[in-house]
Write a protein that binds this ligand. Structure first.
Ligand SMILES: [Zn+2]
Length: 65
């Protein structure tokens, strides 16, 4: 595991409990300094999940197909 800065250091994010979470190295490197991503279903650009501010069960859901 590695420390992920939720608000990236390169964009002024602090190394503090409120701004750091654990992530596996490959996910952390893939995320890089991104803070938002494109929803593959709607195409909408949305903020990435913030584990310090959001509940996993509310951010991610299963879509019935
Ligand atoms: Zn991972």
């Amino acid at each position: 595991m590695s420390f992920d800065h939720i608000h990236p250091q390169s964009k002024g994010g602090a190394t503090s409990f409120e701004n750091v979470c654990l992530a596996c190295r490959s996910c952390n490197e893939y995320k890089s300094d991104s803070t938002e991503g494109q929803d593959p279903l709607t195409g909408e650009v949305v903020p990435l999940f913030n584990p310090r501010m959001q509940q996993w069960s509310e951010h991610f859901c299963t879509v019935a197909r």
